[in-house]
Design a protein around this ligand. Structure first.
Ligand code: GLN
Length: 468
């Protein structure tokens, strides 16, 4: 059990005098030490977090009314989010020793509201993976069963919240990297509408998919962090003004689900049972939950992997051994500097995706793959948005199975890609989605998550609904 269940719990403890920012940071630091073996953190900023806690305690003493909305909230950030003056590597050798010159907009906004950053968390390299095994720092272990993966790519972020080393974690979600590890670790994980939070200061993976997301113990902390981080930003032209209109959570919701995601032999039996139960509970509470036909499921993974690898191959071209981080000591000329730095600096999985992406963008294949995938994305998005004309939410499992054991998926990249089938839909369509801890697997006891997705910009209703 976490010592504090929510940010408001922390603030109440400070108000009552039973805690200070310092004692809270000390508590979380003790837990980072005690859980070191799980490998959730790449770096813990212990000294700095304590100093900031002291400064915030003084601010509180001087004038309690002057503190920000995230006063006392201790937060971890994924190692692909920039924080000025701090190292950021995307868990890749190629960024070894690189220090960011500026902070991500999301990070700046957290700090402006008096949050305390405790450290940067382990992840799959550049956000590519679903198991957190693809990291130069080694794998992260799920605290519920250290033989099992925590999910990925934000596996460190999930475990950092799971073992109570912070109240919430920032991750990034290109195709499920916040929701899936949250689901595998028994937490809430949220990805907003594309553009709701600025991407300025993220190490880009798939720029038309990436969003900052939050992992937490409850939806109200997620709402609070979203409120603080969201909104337009001069540094990101894909972050527009927020719509003025609010969308309250429906009293009686109309929820669509795709029967083949619930009644299908390729979905684990325990996951199916928990999903069924969740649907039954919603019905018992008076909501309408209806099967809806969706025949585009088979196109989701191909479209996602064609488009994200294309974008990644372009985004990762900046890591050339010259401008950032690692440069191969074995290179004797410019050509070798590029080739060896990149060959030695990227993992197998990242190289696989650069090759795939370069292939689908090459002149002879561009129309057959890249253009087709763009068209498929549009058809999928339009179909999803049509469903939202009739339904408030779409319900899906987080993944076809619970957290697996090490090696089960990393041996077979295609199997790993296929396991993303239920999460990437939200990123293809650009819509908000949340994974809700829905229960435990009847046989192995691992957590099972359910996702709810809403139409673009309807976060109020989505978060309001799951908070009911
Ligand atoms: N597992 C997916 C991938 O490897 C999603 C990753 C992510 O959301 N960053 O692309």
């Amino acid at each position: 059990m976490p010592k504090f269940n929510s940010i408001s719990d922390i603030q109440a403890a400070i108000r009552s005098g039973s805690s200070t920012c310092r004692s809270i940071v000390e508590h979380y630091l003790e837990n980072t030490e005690a859980n070191k073996a799980l490998n959730a953190y790449v770096e813990v900023w212990a000294g700095e977090a304590l100093e900031r806690a002291d400064a915030l305690d003084r601010k509180w003493e001087e004038n309690p009314a002057s503190v920000g909305r995230l006063f006392g909230a201790v937060i971890s950030i994924k190692d692909n989010i920039c924080y000025a003056g701090h190292e950021v590597t995307g868990a890749a050798k190629i960024l070894e020793g690189f220090r960011s010159l500026y902070s991500a907009t999301a990070v700046e906004r957290l700090l402006a509201e008096d949050a305390i950053l405790i450290g940067r968390t382990n992840c799959d390299q550049f956000g590519m993976g679903s198991t957190n095994e693809n990291s130069v720092y080694g794998p992260v272990h799920n605290a519920l069963d250290p033989e099992r993966i925590p999910g990925g790519s934000s596996g460190g972020a999930a475990v950092s919240v799971q073992v109570d080393t912070c109240i919430a974690a920032l991750g990034t979600d290109t195709g499920g990297s916040v929701r899936q590890p949250a689901g595998f670790c028994g937490l809430w994980g949220f990805k907003p509408t594309y553009g709701r939070i600025s991407r300025h200061g993220l190490l880009a993976y798939g720029s038309s998919f990436d969003q900052v997301g939050v992992l937490a113990h409850n939806p109200s902390d997620i709402s609070l962090l979203l409120e603080v981080m969201q909104g337009p930003d001069d540094f990101d032209s894909t972050a527009p003004a927020l719509p003025a209109e609010k969308w309250p959570a429906p009293e009686k919701a109309r929820i669509a689900y795709f029967p083949q995601t619930v009644d299908n032999d390729s979905v684990d039996k325990g996951v199916r049972a928990v999903t069924r139960q969740y649907i039954d509970d919603l019905k018992a509470a008076g909501h309408e939950v209806a099967p809806v036909e969706f025949d585009l499921l088979d196109y989701i993974i191909p479209a996602y992997y064609v488009l994200t690898t294309a974008e990644a191959s372009s985004n990762l071209s900046r890591y050339d051994g010259i401008r950032y981080g690692y440069r191969s000591p074995n290179a004797r000329n410019l050509e070798e500097t590029y080739v060896l730095s990149r060959s030695e600096g990227f993992s197998e999985e990242v190289k696989r995706r650069i090759l795939l992406g370069t292939f689908v963008l090459s002149s002879g294949y561009y129309d057959a793959y890249y253009t087709k995938a763009q068209q498929a994305r549009r058809v999928i998005r339009d179909r999803i948005r049509a469903i939202f004309q009739e339904y408030d939410f779409i319900l899906l499992p987080v993944a076809p199975d619970v957290a697996g054991r090490f090696g089960e998926q990393s041996e077979d990249p295609v199997a790993m890609y296929l396991s993303d089938i239920y999460t990437v839909l939200a990123n293809l369509a650009g819509i908000p989605a949340i994974s809700v801890p829905a229960g435990k697997h009847p046989e192995n006891g691992m957590p099972v998550g359910i996702q709810l997705m809403a139409d673009a910009w309807k976060e109020d209703g989505l978060l309001g609904f799951v908070s009911r």
